[in-house]
Design a protein around this ligand. Structure first.
Ligand SMILES: *Cc1c(COP(=O)(O)O)cnc(C)c1O
Length: 376
Protein backbone atom coordinates (compact mmCIF):
# COMPACT_ATOMS: atom_id res chain seq x y z
CA UNK A 1 0.00 0.00 0.00
CA UNK A 2 1.44 3.33 -1.11
CA UNK A 3 0.83 6.02 1.54
CA UNK A 4 2.68 9.38 1.38
CA UNK A 5 4.76 10.01 4.55
CA UNK A 6 2.78 13.10 5.42
CA UNK A 7 -0.55 11.30 5.28
CA UNK A 8 0.89 8.62 7.54
CA UNK A 9 1.99 11.20 10.11
CA UNK A 10 -1.41 12.85 10.03
CA UNK A 11 -3.18 9.53 10.41
CA UNK A 12 -1.11 8.69 13.48
CA UNK A 13 -2.01 12.05 15.03
CA UNK A 14 -5.66 11.61 14.23
CA UNK A 15 -5.79 8.09 15.68
CA UNK A 16 -3.89 9.17 18.79
CA UNK A 17 -5.83 12.34 19.52
CA UNK A 18 -9.14 12.62 17.68
CA UNK A 19 -12.22 10.71 18.67
CA UNK A 20 -12.96 7.96 16.15
CA UNK A 21 -16.35 6.71 14.98
CA UNK A 22 -18.48 4.68 17.37
CA UNK A 23 -17.64 1.05 16.64
CA UNK A 24 -20.62 -1.16 15.95
CA UNK A 25 -18.63 -3.60 13.83
CA UNK A 26 -18.27 -7.30 14.69
CA UNK A 27 -14.96 -6.68 16.45
CA UNK A 28 -12.89 -5.17 17.76
CA UNK A 29 -15.14 -3.44 20.25
CA UNK A 30 -14.89 -0.21 22.18
CA UNK A 31 -14.28 -1.01 25.83
CA UNK A 32 -15.57 0.20 29.17
CA UNK A 33 -13.47 2.78 31.07
CA UNK A 34 -12.30 0.22 33.68
CA UNK A 35 -10.90 -1.91 30.84
CA UNK A 36 -9.32 1.09 29.11
CA UNK A 37 -7.49 2.09 32.28
CA UNK A 38 -5.39 -1.09 32.08
CA UNK A 39 -3.89 0.21 28.83
CA UNK A 40 -3.07 3.64 30.22
CA UNK A 41 -0.99 2.45 33.15
CA UNK A 42 2.77 1.89 32.98
CA UNK A 43 3.82 -1.49 31.54
CA UNK A 44 4.16 -4.15 34.25
CA UNK A 45 6.83 -6.87 33.93
CA UNK A 46 5.66 -10.32 32.82
CA UNK A 47 7.08 -12.14 35.83
CA UNK A 48 7.13 -12.02 39.59
CA UNK A 49 4.79 -13.26 42.29
CA UNK A 50 2.09 -10.65 41.78
CA UNK A 51 2.13 -11.07 38.00
CA UNK A 52 1.90 -14.85 38.33
CA UNK A 53 -1.05 -14.57 40.73
CA UNK A 54 -2.79 -12.19 38.31
CA UNK A 55 -2.12 -14.44 35.31
CA UNK A 56 -3.37 -17.55 37.13
CA UNK A 57 -6.50 -15.66 38.17
CA UNK A 58 -7.20 -14.75 34.53
CA UNK A 59 -6.68 -18.37 33.41
CA UNK A 60 -9.03 -19.51 36.19
CA UNK A 61 -11.70 -17.01 35.20
CA UNK A 62 -11.40 -18.13 31.58
CA UNK A 63 -11.77 -21.72 32.73
CA UNK A 64 -15.06 -20.73 34.38
CA UNK A 65 -16.20 -18.71 31.38
CA UNK A 66 -15.53 -21.55 28.91
CA UNK A 67 -16.22 -24.54 31.13
CA UNK A 68 -12.75 -25.77 30.18
CA UNK A 69 -10.42 -28.10 32.10
CA UNK A 70 -7.39 -26.09 31.01
CA UNK A 71 -6.95 -22.63 29.50
CA UNK A 72 -4.12 -20.91 27.66
CA UNK A 73 -3.29 -17.34 26.71
CA UNK A 74 -0.85 -16.77 23.85
CA UNK A 75 0.11 -13.42 22.36
CA UNK A 76 -1.63 -13.17 18.99
CA UNK A 77 -5.05 -12.66 17.46
CA UNK A 78 -8.13 -14.87 17.51
CA UNK A 79 -6.93 -16.62 14.37
CA UNK A 80 -3.64 -17.49 16.04
CA UNK A 81 -5.65 -19.20 18.79
CA UNK A 82 -7.73 -21.11 16.22
CA UNK A 83 -4.61 -22.30 14.39
CA UNK A 84 -2.88 -23.25 17.66
CA UNK A 85 -5.96 -25.23 18.68
CA UNK A 86 -5.94 -27.12 15.36
CA UNK A 87 -2.25 -28.05 15.44
CA UNK A 88 -2.56 -29.36 18.98
CA UNK A 89 -5.61 -31.50 18.23
CA UNK A 90 -4.80 -32.82 14.77
CA UNK A 91 -1.63 -34.05 13.05
CA UNK A 92 -0.45 -33.64 9.46
CA UNK A 93 -2.25 -36.29 7.42
CA UNK A 94 -5.29 -36.41 9.72
CA UNK A 95 -8.67 -36.19 8.05
CA UNK A 96 -10.56 -33.20 9.45
CA UNK A 97 -14.19 -32.49 8.67
CA UNK A 98 -14.76 -28.74 8.21
CA UNK A 99 -18.27 -27.40 7.57
CA UNK A 100 -18.22 -24.59 5.00
CA UNK A 101 -20.13 -22.11 7.17
CA UNK A 102 -18.69 -19.02 5.45
CA UNK A 103 -15.66 -16.74 5.69
CA UNK A 104 -14.32 -18.05 9.01
CA UNK A 105 -15.21 -21.68 8.29
CA UNK A 106 -13.11 -21.37 5.14
CA UNK A 107 -10.28 -19.92 7.20
CA UNK A 108 -10.30 -23.06 9.39
CA UNK A 109 -10.08 -25.18 6.24
CA UNK A 110 -7.16 -23.07 4.92
CA UNK A 111 -5.30 -23.39 8.23
CA UNK A 112 -5.81 -27.15 8.41
CA UNK A 113 -4.58 -27.56 4.81
CA UNK A 114 -1.54 -25.38 5.53
CA UNK A 115 -0.59 -27.87 8.25
CA UNK A 116 -0.93 -30.84 5.92
CA UNK A 117 -4.24 -32.05 7.29
CA UNK A 118 -6.62 -33.65 4.82
CA UNK A 119 -9.68 -31.44 4.87
CA UNK A 120 -13.07 -32.79 4.00
CA UNK A 121 -15.38 -29.85 3.42
CA UNK A 122 -19.02 -30.21 4.38
CA UNK A 123 -21.34 -27.98 2.32
CA UNK A 124 -23.60 -25.64 4.28
CA UNK A 125 -26.30 -23.50 2.64
CA UNK A 126 -25.55 -19.78 3.14
CA UNK A 127 -27.40 -18.46 6.19
CA UNK A 128 -28.37 -21.96 7.36
CA UNK A 129 -26.93 -23.98 10.28
CA UNK A 130 -24.59 -26.91 9.69
CA UNK A 131 -26.70 -29.97 8.73
CA UNK A 132 -26.13 -32.22 11.74
CA UNK A 133 -27.14 -35.40 9.88
CA UNK A 134 -24.33 -34.80 7.36
CA UNK A 135 -21.81 -34.57 10.19
CA UNK A 136 -23.16 -37.84 11.55
CA UNK A 137 -22.74 -39.50 8.19
CA UNK A 138 -19.19 -38.22 7.61
CA UNK A 139 -17.59 -38.25 11.06
CA UNK A 140 -16.70 -41.95 11.05
CA UNK A 141 -14.10 -41.44 8.32
CA UNK A 142 -12.47 -38.44 10.00
CA UNK A 143 -10.23 -37.84 12.99
CA UNK A 144 -12.52 -35.05 14.03
CA UNK A 145 -14.53 -31.99 13.13
CA UNK A 146 -13.50 -28.34 13.32
CA UNK A 147 -16.13 -25.65 12.98
CA UNK A 148 -17.20 -22.12 13.79
CA UNK A 149 -19.69 -21.60 16.61
CA UNK A 150 -20.96 -18.20 15.50
CA UNK A 151 -20.08 -17.54 11.87
CA UNK A 152 -19.52 -13.81 11.74
CA UNK A 153 -20.12 -13.61 7.98
CA UNK A 154 -23.67 -14.97 8.17
CA UNK A 155 -24.73 -14.22 11.76
CA UNK A 156 -25.62 -17.89 12.24
CA UNK A 157 -25.07 -19.76 15.50
CA UNK A 158 -24.17 -23.34 14.64
CA UNK A 159 -25.30 -26.34 16.73
CA UNK A 160 -21.89 -27.11 18.24
CA UNK A 161 -23.28 -29.06 21.21
CA UNK A 162 -25.15 -31.47 18.95
CA UNK A 163 -22.15 -31.86 16.64
CA UNK A 164 -19.77 -32.38 19.56
CA UNK A 165 -22.12 -35.04 20.92
CA UNK A 166 -21.96 -36.89 17.61
CA UNK A 167 -18.16 -36.59 17.52
CA UNK A 168 -17.82 -37.79 21.11
CA UNK A 169 -20.11 -40.78 20.51
CA UNK A 170 -17.92 -41.75 17.54
CA UNK A 171 -14.74 -41.25 19.57
CA UNK A 172 -13.74 -38.29 17.38
CA UNK A 173 -12.55 -34.81 18.34
CA UNK A 174 -14.48 -31.55 18.07
CA UNK A 175 -12.66 -28.19 17.86
CA UNK A 176 -14.61 -24.93 17.85
CA UNK A 177 -13.80 -21.39 16.74
CA UNK A 178 -15.65 -19.44 19.44
CA UNK A 179 -14.14 -16.04 18.62
CA UNK A 180 -17.56 -14.49 17.96
CA UNK A 181 -19.44 -16.38 20.66
CA UNK A 182 -17.50 -16.68 23.94
CA UNK A 183 -18.90 -14.27 26.50
CA UNK A 184 -22.17 -13.78 24.60
CA UNK A 185 -23.54 -17.24 23.83
CA UNK A 186 -24.07 -20.37 25.88
CA UNK A 187 -20.80 -22.20 25.55
CA UNK A 188 -19.37 -24.82 27.88
CA UNK A 189 -16.57 -27.14 26.85
CA UNK A 190 -17.35 -29.74 29.46
CA UNK A 191 -21.18 -29.69 29.38
CA UNK A 192 -21.24 -29.63 25.56
CA UNK A 193 -18.54 -32.33 25.22
CA UNK A 194 -16.33 -30.08 23.12
CA UNK A 195 -12.64 -30.88 23.05
CA UNK A 196 -11.28 -27.42 22.40
CA UNK A 197 -12.38 -23.84 21.85
CA UNK A 198 -10.42 -20.84 20.64
CA UNK A 199 -11.40 -17.23 21.18
CA UNK A 200 -10.04 -13.74 21.75
CA UNK A 201 -10.78 -10.82 24.06
CA UNK A 202 -11.97 -8.18 21.56
CA UNK A 203 -15.44 -9.54 20.86
CA UNK A 204 -17.90 -11.02 23.37
CA UNK A 205 -15.55 -10.60 26.31
CA UNK A 206 -15.34 -6.84 25.81
CA UNK A 207 -11.58 -6.37 26.09
CA UNK A 208 -8.83 -5.53 23.59
CA UNK A 209 -7.10 -7.59 20.88
CA UNK A 210 -3.60 -8.97 21.46
CA UNK A 211 -3.96 -12.42 22.98
CA UNK A 212 -5.48 -15.65 21.76
CA UNK A 213 -7.45 -17.74 24.26
CA UNK A 214 -7.67 -21.52 24.13
CA UNK A 215 -9.75 -23.79 26.33
CA UNK A 216 -9.33 -27.56 26.36
CA UNK A 217 -11.48 -30.36 27.72
CA UNK A 218 -9.94 -33.24 29.71
CA UNK A 219 -9.54 -35.55 26.74
CA UNK A 220 -7.78 -32.94 24.59
CA UNK A 221 -5.54 -31.94 27.48
CA UNK A 222 -4.51 -35.56 27.95
CA UNK A 223 -3.70 -35.73 24.25
CA UNK A 224 -1.59 -32.55 24.51
CA UNK A 225 0.29 -33.99 27.47
CA UNK A 226 0.80 -37.38 25.83
CA UNK A 227 1.95 -35.80 22.55
CA UNK A 228 4.33 -33.34 24.20
CA UNK A 229 7.24 -32.75 21.85
CA UNK A 230 5.58 -34.29 18.81
CA UNK A 231 3.93 -31.16 17.48
CA UNK A 232 5.91 -29.61 14.61
CA UNK A 233 6.06 -26.24 16.39
CA UNK A 234 7.50 -24.77 19.56
CA UNK A 235 5.57 -21.53 20.03
CA UNK A 236 2.26 -23.18 19.16
CA UNK A 237 2.82 -26.32 21.21
CA UNK A 238 0.51 -26.16 24.22
CA UNK A 239 2.72 -28.70 25.98
CA UNK A 240 5.46 -26.03 25.97
CA UNK A 241 3.05 -23.62 27.66
CA UNK A 242 2.02 -26.26 30.20
CA UNK A 243 5.67 -27.00 30.97
CA UNK A 244 6.51 -23.32 31.53
CA UNK A 245 3.59 -22.97 33.91
CA UNK A 246 4.50 -26.09 35.89
CA UNK A 247 8.22 -25.38 36.06
CA UNK A 248 8.09 -21.66 36.81
CA UNK A 249 7.94 -21.95 40.58
CA UNK A 250 5.43 -19.12 40.84
CA UNK A 251 7.59 -16.70 38.89
CA UNK A 252 6.93 -16.67 35.11
CA UNK A 253 4.04 -18.95 34.09
CA UNK A 254 4.55 -18.71 30.31
CA UNK A 255 7.50 -19.27 27.95
CA UNK A 256 7.51 -15.79 26.29
CA UNK A 257 6.92 -12.13 27.21
CA UNK A 258 3.21 -11.45 27.56
CA UNK A 259 1.49 -8.22 26.46
CA UNK A 260 0.93 -7.43 30.12
CA UNK A 261 -1.37 -4.44 29.64
CA UNK A 262 -3.54 -6.46 27.28
CA UNK A 263 -3.80 -9.25 29.87
CA UNK A 264 -4.66 -6.68 32.56
CA UNK A 265 -7.42 -5.28 30.34
CA UNK A 266 -8.73 -8.82 29.95
CA UNK A 267 -8.61 -9.29 33.72
CA UNK A 268 -10.65 -6.11 34.21
CA UNK A 269 -13.22 -7.16 31.60
CA UNK A 270 -13.60 -10.70 32.99
CA UNK A 271 -14.28 -9.39 36.48
CA UNK A 272 -17.18 -7.48 35.06
CA UNK A 273 -18.44 -10.32 32.81
CA UNK A 274 -18.51 -12.77 35.65
CA UNK A 275 -19.85 -10.31 38.21
CA UNK A 276 -22.91 -10.07 36.00
CA UNK A 277 -23.47 -13.85 35.88
CA UNK A 278 -22.90 -15.54 32.54
CA UNK A 279 -26.44 -16.74 31.92
CA UNK A 280 -27.91 -13.31 32.61
CA UNK A 281 -25.36 -11.78 30.31
CA UNK A 282 -26.14 -14.21 27.49
CA UNK A 283 -29.89 -13.60 27.90
CA UNK A 284 -29.39 -9.85 27.85
CA UNK A 285 -27.31 -10.14 24.67
CA UNK A 286 -29.91 -12.39 23.07
CA UNK A 287 -32.62 -9.84 23.74
CA UNK A 288 -30.52 -6.96 22.51
CA UNK A 289 -29.74 -8.76 19.23
CA UNK A 290 -33.43 -9.56 18.75
CA UNK A 291 -34.37 -5.95 19.42
CA UNK A 292 -31.79 -4.79 16.86
CA UNK A 293 -32.99 -7.29 14.23
CA UNK A 294 -36.64 -6.39 14.82
CA UNK A 295 -36.01 -2.67 14.45
CA UNK A 296 -33.91 -3.26 11.33
CA UNK A 297 -36.67 -5.49 9.90
CA UNK A 298 -39.17 -2.67 10.33
CA UNK A 299 -36.88 -0.53 8.18
CA UNK A 300 -36.80 -3.19 5.46
CA UNK A 301 -33.56 -5.01 6.37
CA UNK A 302 -34.15 -8.76 6.04
CA UNK A 303 -32.23 -11.07 8.38
CA UNK A 304 -29.79 -13.37 6.58
CA UNK A 305 -30.72 -16.28 8.90
CA UNK A 306 -33.73 -17.82 10.66
CA UNK A 307 -34.57 -16.29 14.06
CA UNK A 308 -33.73 -19.46 15.97
CA UNK A 309 -30.23 -19.59 14.44
CA UNK A 310 -29.51 -15.88 14.83
CA UNK A 311 -26.37 -14.98 16.79
CA UNK A 312 -26.33 -12.77 19.88
CA UNK A 313 -23.28 -10.65 19.13
CA UNK A 314 -23.53 -9.97 15.41
CA UNK A 315 -26.59 -9.03 13.38
CA UNK A 316 -26.36 -9.78 9.65
CA UNK A 317 -29.07 -8.38 7.38
CA UNK A 318 -29.66 -7.53 3.73
CA UNK A 319 -31.04 -4.42 2.05
CA UNK A 320 -30.47 -3.18 -1.50
CA UNK A 321 -29.16 0.12 -0.12
CA UNK A 322 -26.91 -1.44 2.53
CA UNK A 323 -23.64 -0.07 1.12
CA UNK A 324 -25.06 3.44 0.86
CA UNK A 325 -26.47 3.27 4.38
CA UNK A 326 -23.10 2.15 5.73
CA UNK A 327 -21.30 5.08 4.10
CA UNK A 328 -23.91 7.57 5.30
CA UNK A 329 -23.75 6.24 8.87
CA UNK A 330 -20.02 6.84 8.95
CA UNK A 331 -20.07 10.23 7.24
CA UNK A 332 -23.11 11.76 8.93
CA UNK A 333 -23.40 10.00 12.29
CA UNK A 334 -19.83 8.77 12.85
CA UNK A 335 -21.01 5.20 13.45
CA UNK A 336 -19.06 2.34 11.89
CA UNK A 337 -20.88 -0.85 10.90
CA UNK A 338 -19.49 -3.56 8.60
CA UNK A 339 -20.29 -4.74 5.09
CA UNK A 340 -20.58 -8.31 3.86
CA UNK A 341 -18.09 -11.18 3.87
CA UNK A 342 -18.32 -14.45 1.89
CA UNK A 343 -20.81 -16.05 1.30
CA UNK A 344 -22.51 -12.66 1.50
CA UNK A 345 -19.66 -10.59 0.05
CA UNK A 346 -21.98 -8.25 -1.79
CA UNK A 347 -23.10 -4.64 -1.48
CA UNK A 348 -26.41 -5.74 0.01
CA UNK A 349 -25.18 -6.96 3.38
CA UNK A 350 -24.84 -5.04 6.61
CA UNK A 351 -23.22 -6.53 9.72
CA UNK A 352 -23.67 -4.89 13.11
CA UNK A 353 -21.60 -5.90 16.13
CA UNK A 354 -23.23 -5.68 19.56
CA UNK A 355 -20.07 -5.76 21.62
CA UNK A 356 -18.25 -4.07 24.46
CA UNK A 357 -19.49 -0.73 25.66
CA UNK A 358 -21.84 -0.34 22.68
CA UNK A 359 -23.84 -3.47 23.48
CA UNK A 360 -26.65 -1.34 24.87
CA UNK A 361 -30.22 -0.37 24.01
CA UNK A 362 -29.12 3.26 23.78
CA UNK A 363 -26.41 2.51 21.23
CA UNK A 364 -28.81 0.38 19.17
CA UNK A 365 -31.46 3.14 19.30
CA UNK A 366 -28.93 5.75 18.19
CA UNK A 367 -27.83 3.48 15.34
CA UNK A 368 -31.38 2.70 14.21
CA UNK A 369 -32.47 6.33 14.36
CA UNK A 370 -29.50 7.19 12.16
CA UNK A 371 -30.32 4.33 9.75
CA UNK A 372 -33.93 5.54 9.53
CA UNK A 373 -32.86 9.07 8.75
CA UNK A 374 -30.42 7.97 6.02
CA UNK A 375 -33.24 6.02 4.35
CA UNK A 376 -35.58 9.01 4.35
C1 LIG B 1 -13.12 -12.19 14.35
C2 LIG B 1 -13.14 -13.64 14.08
C3 LIG B 1 -11.96 -14.37 13.87
C4 LIG B 1 -10.61 -13.73 13.69
O1 LIG B 1 -10.13 -13.11 14.81
P1 LIG B 1 -8.77 -12.27 14.67
O2 LIG B 1 -8.57 -11.76 16.05
O3 LIG B 1 -9.06 -11.20 13.66
O4 LIG B 1 -7.73 -13.18 14.20
C5 LIG B 1 -12.05 -15.73 13.72
N1 LIG B 1 -13.23 -16.37 13.77
C6 LIG B 1 -14.38 -15.70 13.96
C7 LIG B 1 -15.66 -16.47 14.03
C8 LIG B 1 -14.37 -14.31 14.12
O5 LIG B 1 -15.52 -13.66 14.29
Amino acid sequence: VDVPREAGEQAIDRLLHAEGPRLMIPGPCEVEPHVLRALGRQVPAHYGEAWTACFEEVLGRLQDLLGAARTYLLPGSGSSAVETMLVNLFCPGDRVLVPDTGYFGRRIAAMARAHGMRVRTLPVAPGRPVPVADVSAAIGDAHGVALVHVETSTGVRHPVAEIAGIAAAAGRLCAVDAVASAGGELLDVSAMQLDAVATSPQKGIGAVPGVGIIGLGHRAHQQVTAGAGHIPAWYQSLAVWDRARIDCDGWEPHPVTMPTNVVLALAAALRHTQGQGLEDRVEQRRQLARYCRDRLARLGFAPRQAARDAANLVVVVRHERAAQVRQALLARSSIAVAGGLAPFADGDTLRVGLLGRNATREAVDTLLDAVASTLR
